[in-house]
Write a protein that binds this ligand. Structure first.
Ligand code: PLP
Length: 400
């Protein structure tokens, strides 16, 4: 390899962005034989067969071309129907829907479409690892709004209000939440909606885990009075339909927002892959029963996980959605990163340090239960042993 470096030629904004803190642990886990990974953020299910078959059939029929920039018209119509039925929000398929390459692309487009240089974006933390870097890449200024276990890791209107300045333009919400599994009850959402209206904020609402809501119904902020037009609603197929590798998602919102996002999308992505769009169409038309079955399975595992942490004596609030638990590991005397690194090395179990999702995640780890019950049971046996060992060591150190 050449000795020359080219970093001086790189965009300083990109240079200043740190690679995801999760990467190091994934690399460590990948080189550890016999590891049980509770680190990944994707369902352990394979995409249901009828969806895969629809894609194969589409290829046989010769679906190999570009689609319209905003996505296949029949998929956009199906998306609009699904969202109206599921969340009670109505959109026009011709100008208020954009099919994207995952929620990842939709998030990037939404931020780039509304954020001008120096605009502030409120980001409740702990949060998904992409929010801060994507805000910075869009020219915005991320403003973290931390929350803690005592408030169930829910974004609170009062805390958000304190962070608002004349430069605040966007609130970036994600409930059910990655990494905590927290959901936002309607009452809290209503307070946040009033705040957004009072301060004329745009909401970018990442609802990729909406279907994975275990207690009560998911409410979208877009469904609240006065919020539809100021919300860019993002969701997709990766989690609920077990379709991470297909790279397919969508954005819904006022035609001005979707129009601006489509402009960026048409110059950068052109369109989402036609095969993934055909598969998504089948998932929406005939995949809901299978989706509900996966959700029931996650719900069962969630109870198992919460009980396992209670048995270990690690406080873990009851996650109302997604497929993550976020236990408090402070009683072990280890930091989040020490806990994660030693758990991989000593017991071959991978989780993710909570501080990867914001400073307020320190003292916690993210544990995904998108793994089989056998794997979960074995992982918890090992983790229990690990936690006991460190707690005993800590007690001995205090005595001596
Ligand atoms: N948003 C959140 C909150 C996520 O957890 C993830 C993936 O883990 C994404 C977006 C990315 O989703 P997609 O696969 O649709 O790009």
């Amino acid at each position: 390899m050449s000795e020359a470096t080219w970093t001086h030629k790189l965009n300083p904004t990109v240079l200043a962005i740190k690679p995801s803190a999760i990467r190091r642990f994934f690399d460590l886990a990948a080189e550890t034989k016999g590891i049980i990974s509770l680190g990944v953020g994707e369902p352990d299910f394979v995409t249901p067969w009828h969806v895969r078959e629809a894609c194969i059939f589409a290829l046989e029929q010769g679906y190999t071309n570009y689609t319209p920039n905003s996505g296949l018209p029949e998929l956009r119509r199906e998306i609009v129907r699904y969202v109206a039925e599921s969340y009670g929000v109505e959109y026009r398929p011709d100008c208020e829907v954009l099919v994207t390459v995952g929620v990842s692309e939709a998030l990037d487009l939404a931020l780039r479409a509304v954020v001008a240089p120096g605009d502030e974006v409120l980001i409740p933390e702990p949060c998904y690892v992409s929010y801060q870097p994507c805000t910075v890449l869009a020219g915005g200024v991320p403003v973290p709004v931390p929350s803690g276990i005592e408030e169930g890791f829910q974004a609170r209107a009062e805390a958000l209000a304190r962070a608002i300045t004349p430069r605040t333009k966007v609130l970036l919400l994600c409930f059910p939440n990655n990494p905590t599994g927290a959901v936002l009850p309607r009452r809290e959402l209503e307070a946040i909606a009033r705040l957004c209206q009072a301060h004329d904020l745009i909401v970018i609402s990442d609802e990729i885990y909406a279907e994975l809501t275990y207690e009560g119904e998911h409410t979208s902020i877009a469904a609240l009075p006065g919020m539809r037009d100021r919300t860019i609603f993002l969701t997709g197929f990766s989690k609920a339909f077990a379709m991470t590798g297909w790279r397919i998602g969508y954005a819904l919102g006022h035609a001005d927002f979707i129009g601006a996002m489509t402009k960026i999308h048409q110059y950068t992505m052109l369109c989402a892959p036609v095969t993934a769009q055909m598969a998504a169409l089948e998932a929406l038309r005939n995949g809901r029963e299978e989706m509900r079955r996966m959700v029931r399975e996650f719900s069962y595992r969630r109870r198992l996980v919460v009980k396992a942490f209670a048995d270990m004596g690690l406080p873990c609030f009851n996650p109302g959605g997604a497929f993550y638990a976020f236990p408090d590991i402070r009683s072990t005397g280890l930091s989040s990163e020490e806990f994660t690194e030693r758990l991989i090395k000593e017991e071959k179990v991978a989780v993710v340090p909570g501080n990867a999702f914001g400073a307020c995640g320190e003292g916690f780890v993210r544990c995904s239960y998108a793994a089989s019950v056998d794997e979960l049971n074995e992982a918890f046996k090992r983790m229990h042993r690990f936690v006991e060992r460190y707690r005993a060591g800590r007690r001995a150190a205090v005595r001596s």
